[in-house]
Design a protein around this ligand. Structure first.
Ligand code: AP5
Length: 223
């Protein structure tokens, strides 16, 4: 099936602040694929005040991880019902975050005969991430992110596209970041080897400016 061959089906891996949420909209624009950010999905549950949202907020603010079972089910329902994912493919951002999540994702995609094509790792040393995270501003409803110094909005604290106010995430402070980095190194980094072994991994120097990072992503996707 040609439409399946032409789809983009990829995972973006990287520590908090690596630039996953910054680069994903570029991929959406270029390929029309769907941006699935589990962090954004959880924050939307928090905002709606659902039972999951209330429980998740505590864990997120402490820099921990939500259970694999909840996250796998969340992704499963999205991948099986989302029309854009079905026709144009997807960019997974923030998932998988553990080896069990990576294994379940493969099971799901294999059963749909739509295996992952690429796992792109955005590599940045921890020291650079503190300034990125503490200066980040986000537009909650779209997930767009800005930075006070590195990528400021045209008007202070205002989303360029909708004109709505920007906010700081409650987990974007130095303390929570330390814990998020710890979770990343302990639980998420092992998925890099998992994808290396599958032969679909590419690593990118994400300490460069965003335009250079984007250029390298395009290159590693073969464009
Ligand atoms: P999530 O929302 O996924 O957060 P994260 O992984 O910590 O990633 P971030 O969104 O912080 O970073 P990013 O790489 O998108 O950075 P950005 O592009 O904005 O998850 C939040 C929480 O939800 C987790 O801690 C966990 O509790 C839970 N969770 C989510 N998924 C889960 C799962 N699968 N399993 C279990 N729990 C889960 O960039 C950051 C800043 O830097 C911005 O201000 C940006 O403008 C700037 N910037 C970007 N690129 C550059 C550059 N090249 N140079 C200079 N500045 C740059």
């Amino acid at each position: 099936d040609k439409s399946i061959e032409q789809q983009l089906r990829m995972v973006l891996i990287g520590p908090p602040g690596a630039g996953k949420g910054t680069q994903a909209p570029n991929l959406v624009e270029k390929f029309g694929a769907f941006h699935l950010s589990t962090g954004d999905m959880l924050r939307s549950q928090v905002k709606q005040g659902t039972e999951l949202g209330v429980a998740a907020k505590k864990i997120m603010d402490q820099g921990g991880l939500i259970s694999d079972e909840i996250m796998v089910n969340m992704i499963k329902s999205e991948l099986s019902t989302n029309q854009v994912c079905a026709t144009k493919g997807f960019i997974l951002d923030g998932f998988p975050r553990t080896i069990p999540q990576a294994e379940k994702l493969d099971e799901m995609l294999d059963s749909m005969k739509k295996p992952l094509q690429k796992a792109v790792e955005l590599k940045v040393d921890d020291e650079l991430l503190v300034a990125r995270i503490t200066g980040r501003l986000v537009h909650p409803s779209s997930g767009r992110s800005y930075h006070k110094l590195f990528n400021p909005p045209k008007t202070e604290m205002t989303d360029d596209i909708t004109g709505e106010p920007l906010i700081q995430r409650s987990d974007d402070n130095a303390d929570a970041l330390k814990k998020r980095l710890h979770s990343y190194h302990q639980q998420t980094e092992p998925i890099v080897d998992y994808y290396k072994n599958k032969g679909i991994w590419s690593g990118i120097d994400a300490a460069q400016n965003p335009a250079k990072v984007w250029g390298d992503i395009i290159k590693c996707l073969g464009f």
